[in-house]
Ligand binder design. Structure first.
Ligand SMILES: [Zn+2]
Length: 263
């Protein structure tokens, strides 16, 4: 039986929040059995923990501070985050990382918040869930320092080049692939390096409600992405890797269960 886990759903703090039952129902009908719900700041992560608790064995959360919100990081944040991480429904530290694309927080604030969260991941030995946009060198440099002490680490929504991929694999990072790869215009570079990701390092994600796969047919009118489209992304990725969809799906499912320590 083919089944899926979506490792990036922005269920809280997005338009999906008002239709949780429908989102879950449709995901389940599409064999998307479990979802990792992303926490972007501490308040949202607390809501994520509460929400996931209501759907045990289906929803699991991350707790952390996204680089966009890095300016919110304060002396009290580490302690607050540690308490969020003690919830059973929270399975990773993050999402955290660097995003120099829009710099909603300054690069210095981002580096500080990221490094603090790397330290917490080391301390708790929980998997770390990372984001990187237009900050590859700084990202690699920082992760390299902490990698030997970290347990599991994933770079979600990887959109980089072949050489950037090699840098990540050298640090033994897992790689999350979104529907970005389904975009025939800007997803081209990514499509070319998909086949170089080892079977045991790959995970799949929608990043819904963002990043609606552009090659969905018929094209959904709303422009909203949902976890139910994950099998479509798996299709595209399997084709690029010249693997069967069943093989790819099973591999990613097993990788994800192991990575997050799900039962
Ligand atoms: Zn992200």
């Amino acid at each position: 039986m083919t089944r899926y886990i979506d490792i990036a759903v922005n269920l809280i703090g997005s338009k999906l929040e008002h239709q949780i039952e429908t989102v879950l129902h449709e995901a389940h009908a599409a064999a998307v059995e479990k979802q990792i719900i992303v926490g972007s700041n501490l308040e949202e992560s607390a809501e994520v923990a509460t929400c996931c608790k209501q759907y045990p064995n289906t929803l699991f959360g991350t707790a952390g501070v996204h680089p966009h919100y890095a300016s919110q990081w304060s002396d009290q944040s580490s302690e607050k985050l540690l308490s969020l991480l003690s919830h059973d429904s929270i399975v990773a530290v993050g999402e955290c990382g660097l995003d120099f694309n829009r710099n909603f927080s300054t690069p210095d604030q981002q580096l500080k918040a990221f490094e603090s969260q790397l330290e917490i991941a080391v301390q708790t030995q929980m998997p770390i869930y990372m984001h990187c946009r237009d900050a590859h060198n700084e990202f690699i440099q920082l992760v390299k320092q902490y990698r030997p002490q970290l347990s599991n680490a994933v770079l979600h929504c990887f959109t980089g080049s072949r050489s950037e991929l090699e840098d990540c694999l050298e640090l033994d990072l897992f790689i999350g692939i979104t529907g970005w790869v389904c975009d025939e215009r800007r997803g081209q570079t990514l499509a070319e390096c998909i086949k170089y990701i080892p079977n045991d390092r790959l995970m799949l994600e929608t990043d819904s409600p963002y990043l609606l796969p552009r090659n969905l047919k018929p094209k959904p009118k709303s422009g909203t992405n949902y976890p139910k489209y994950l099998p479509h992304i798996a299709d595209t990725v399997a084709n690029l890797r010249q693997q069967s969809k069943e093989f790819l799906a099973k591999q990613c499912f097993d990788n994800t269960m192991d990575f997050f320590g799900l039962e």
